[in-house]
Write a protein that binds this ligand. Structure first.
Ligand SMILES: *Cc1c(COP(=O)(O)O)cnc(C)c1O
Length: 481
């Protein structure tokens, strides 16, 4: 076969990758029918499907040369992927930190994927990069950062924390020889993604100080200042303070203003993990409780939590753009065309990623179509629902943690006789088996404790009332047993 004939033969096959309008329509109709059915029934779907189907059916259908019709593929997704275990799209998801999934974001993703705009470098996709930078500037404004702060749309809070910590490392000149005498400060309630980021950043051998907390699990700024002073006396190099703007476990907010003053006094880099709590800055109450966040050097904040977006988007902000750039920039020869016309910073110069998903559109479209107002109302509603739950669950005889600072409540039932930990474990399983709502647990001072975490945009008062009803019923049943 001639070269040209071989090419022609391959072209005929490879053109299958470009379905025509009729084929596109058929597949799209199936997908839309499926997702519409999902949304139509979301209110009555379980938040947790307690069964033995763990998606293993997928493995019986290996990836291979043969094509599969869309109907069959949809059935497989429904049974193996969208049915078992936790349903994060459900308003009944009240465990961990609930996610979102607002609809217009999915259409933003759809458009970004069809057009496949390149959002890594300004030269290639100036509009896409401008859109992402506009969103970053908007978030900077929300948290009280200056307009010239730099930022990046990441895949989530973990990578946002990593970028912040790598920038801190370089800005404070913590090179290899200095690592083992450099000191990092945070509390035991800091998110584990920070420990992970510290290790990945090559800072795993730093001295780690877990600062004392008050009885609301907030860092004690006086203990912090004492520890820094004593570390300096020991000829150690305190360089990084990490505060939490809403811990995952208990929703506690460190005293950010006081921490920022300690950081400034001792010239520490102040990173705030606001992955969960940051967007409460859109509310009047949140601004009060998160006061001081604007004095940090860097922060992470998750639109896939507090802006209810589907999973896959976090944000890191760094106040000093030059420092963020210094840590992440790289010039390759083959990229030399991209150097001209730098009206806007390129995401590729501010993150470990080069080619990346055009994440901006999934955030921009819902913000434009809804405006900010319903987002703010939804966050205020979550704050009040947490206070409502805190009051109502106490009326059912539960021991409760402190009045919620944000939207997490801790609580446990202490039965008249028998082991309280065992009782609450059984209670947790009973709620999960009911499945209408999903809750999770933690250990506080060694005690097995239940958590109520309210951040799904689909959680409303009726959801909370369902949880209260299930708790009441199951406590009664378990008390009799
Ligand atoms: C969720 C969370 C993270 C991690 O963010 P991901 O988006 O899951 O990577 C970090 N810190 C806090 C406080 C969180 O709640």
């Amino acid at each position: 076969m001639s070269l040209v004939a071989r090419i022609a033969r391959l072209e005929r096959i490879s053109r299958k990758l470009e379905p025509d309008a009729v084929e596109r329509n058929e597949v799209r109709e199936n997908v839309i029918r499926y997702t519409e059915h999902f949304l139509d029934t979301i209110a009555t779907r379980k938040a947790y499907e307690f069964n033995s189907n763990l998606g293993a059916e997928l493995l019986k259908s290996p990836i291979g040369e043969k094509s599969m019709p869309i109907q069959k593929a949809m059935k497989l997704i429904e049974r193996a992927v969208d049915f078992p275990a936790l349903n994060p799209a459900s308003g009944g998801h009240l465990g961990y930190i609930p996610g979102g999934g607002i609809y217009y974001a999915s259409l933003g993703d759809y458009m970004a994927d069809v057009t496949n705009r390149y959002a890594g470098v300004f030269f290639a996709g100036p509009g896409a990069v401008r859109m992402e930078n506009q969103l970053i500037r908007w978030v900077a404004g929300v948290v009280g950062y200056p307009r010239h702060a730099a930022g990046n749309l990441t895949s989530g809070g973990s990578i946002a924390n990593l970028i912040g910590i790598c920038t801190a490392r370089d800005a404070k000149k913590v090179r290899a020889a200095r690592v083992s005498s450099s000191v990092i400060y945070m509390t035991h309630q800091a998110h584990h993604s920070l420990e992970k980021a510290i290790r990945i950043a090559g800072l795993g051998e730093c001295v780690m100080r877990h600062v004392k907390m008050d009885d609301h699990h907030r860092m004690d700024p006086i203990a912090l200042a004492k520890q820094i002073a004593s570390d300096r006396k020991e000829k150690l190099f305190p360089f990084l303070l990490i505060g939490s703007a809403g811990t995952t476990d208990t929703g506690s907010v460190d005293p950010l203003d006081a921490l920022s003053r300690v950081a400034r006094k001792y010239k520490l880099w102040f990173h705030v993990d606001a992955a969960y709590g940051g967007f409460f800055m859109l509310t009047t109450y949140g601004k009060k409780i998160l006061q001081g966040i604007e004095n940090s050097d860097s922060l992470s904040i998750d639109p896939h939590k507090g802006l209810f977006l589907p999973y896959g988007i976090g944000i890191v902000l760094v106040k000093n753009a030059r420092q963020m750039h210094a840590t992440h920039v790289y010039q390759a020869n083959y990229m030399q065309d991209a150097l001209s016309s730098v009206e806007e910073p390129s995401p590729a110069d501010l993150s470990p990623e080069l080619t990346k998903h055009f994440r901006g559109l999934r955030m921009w479209l819902p913000l434009k179509l809804h405006g900010v107002k319903p987002f703010r109302a939804c966050l205020d509603e979550k704050l009040l629902l947490a206070r409502y739950f805190h009051a109502e669950v106490a009326k059912l005889g539960f021991e409760t943690g402190p009045k919620p600072e944000l939207s997490v409540v801790t609580y446990r039932y202490v039965p008249r006789k028998g082991d309280a930990d065992a009782f609450n474990k059984k209670l947790l399983t009973a709620v999960q088996r009911d499945g209408r709502v999903f809750i999770s647990s933690t250990l506080l001072q060694g005690k097995f404790t239940l958590r109520f975490a309210c951040l799904s945009f689909r959680t409303h008062q009726s959801t909370v009332d369902t949880l209260l009803t299930v708790l009441k019923r199951e406590v009664r049943r378990l008390s009799k047993a």
